[in-house]
Design a protein around this ligand. Structure first.
Ligand code: TYM
Length: 332
């Protein structure tokens, strides 16, 4: 974390359930790969989760499970900061400020807000609406150069940039304007049961979503049941969302190109293909599950990691918050 010249990477994930294959391929895997080249700062975005009602005991368990799962993916506390958002009070403070620099119209256009308010029509709370301001605060507090996310976060990221540019325009350069980093492979992993929708922790159909901690048997079962089409040819194309998704997953996990995959499965049926993809995913997730099982038993170690990271994150983010507040006119 020491070398000042390294670019700063920031990203976060909501601990609102177990981590999915989509989270891993779209984001967390890149977080791990960026650790040597950049100053990486990652957060468990627990404040974001309460925009949807949570069961307290379940929420507590999810936070620790998610912390251990992300570490198990390969986040190294010696190389990166990995903290818990609610432990660092600057996030909620800057979020309030950014609320006052973001327009109703901008927030109304967020597709995630539209989707989530349709899904939770009985609880369209103000937090759900202003959620992108909290996300902007997360990023801008650390003067991040780059934000590795899946494709579904692109719109929020663009709003964060707009907010930063607007604020800088009013008060000189307070915030670094961040760039998104959306991977070529795995940026949009779709549900195995409805490949027109993204794979999501909250998928009602359990077979649609692969969780990092699923057993090999469960993973194989989910891939074998994956929705495909009637053509029975492994090729990437229109009207073949199920196969396209499986090919993308296989490509993301093995590094093989789509053309190479088409060749590999020439003359073979979907049964063989699904089994091979399932097995590749099982192998990719096996070491993560093993490491998770060790980590989750050692609560003291997990706590030591996040307390240390929380402290550093507070120190770092306080500098940006104070700068922003001073520029606005607060007496500090
Ligand atoms: P969240 O928790 O929904 O997802 C975490 C990361 O996983 C990516 N992702 C996917 N990528 C590919 N395919 C999928 N099916 C898939 N599902 C999720 C997401 O794009 C994301 O990168 N608001 C954020 C969390 C957040 C954040 C931030 C992110 C809070 N503050 C600041 C970046 C910067 C969220 O709900 O992600």
């Amino acid at each position: 974390m020491e070398t000042e010249k390294k670019k700063i990477v920031f990203s976060a994930i909501q601990p609102s359930g177990t981590i999915t294959l989509g989270n891993y391929l779209g984001a967390v895997r890149n977080w791990v790969n960026m650790q040597d080249e950049y100053n990486c700062i990652y957060a468990l975005a627990d404040l974001h989760t309460i925009t949807v009602r949570q069961e307290p005991a379940v929420m507590r368990k999810n936070i620790l499970d998610a912390y251990a799962s992300i570490m198990a993916c390969g986040i190294d506390p010696e190389k990166s900061l990995f903290f818990i958002q609610s432990h660092v009070h600057t996030h909620a403070e800057l979020a309030w400020i950014l609320n006052c620099y973001t327009q109703f119209g901008e927030l109304s256009r967020m597709t995630q807000f539209k989707d989530k308010s349709a899904k939770h029509a009985d609880n369209i709370n103000a937090g759900l609406f202003t959620y992108p301001c909290l996300m902007a605060a997360d990023i801008l507090l650390y003067q991040a150069d780059m934000v590795p996310v899946g494709a579904d976060q692109k719109q929020h990221l663009e709003l964060s940039r707009d907010i930063a540019v607007r604020f800088n325009g009013l008060y000189d350069n307070v915030f670094k304007v961040p760039e998104g980093f959306i991977p070529k492979n795995g940026a949009r992993v779709m549900s195995l049961q409805d490949p027109t929708r993204k794979m999501s922790k909250s998928d009602e159909n359990v077979n649609g979503c692969v969780h990092l901690l699923d057993t090999p048997e469960v993973i194989m079962k989910k891939f074998k049941r994956a929705v495909t089409d009637s053509e029975a040819v492994v090729r990437y194309g229109e009207g073949k969302e199920g196969i396209n998704n499986l090919m993308s997953i296989y490509s993301a996990v093995t590094g093989k190109t789509l053309e190479a995959i088409e060749k590999e499965f020439e003359g073979k049926g979907y049964g063989d293909f699904k089994t091979t993809v399932g097995e590749a995913v099982v192998e990719a997730l096996r070491p993560i599950k093993t490491r998770y099982e060790q980590l989750i038993k050692d609560k003291a170690y997990l706590e030591e990691c996040y307390r240390k990271a929380d402290e550093t994150a507070l120190r770092f983010s306080q500098r940006t918050l104070s700068k922003a507040m001073k520029k606005i006119g607060f007496v500090l």
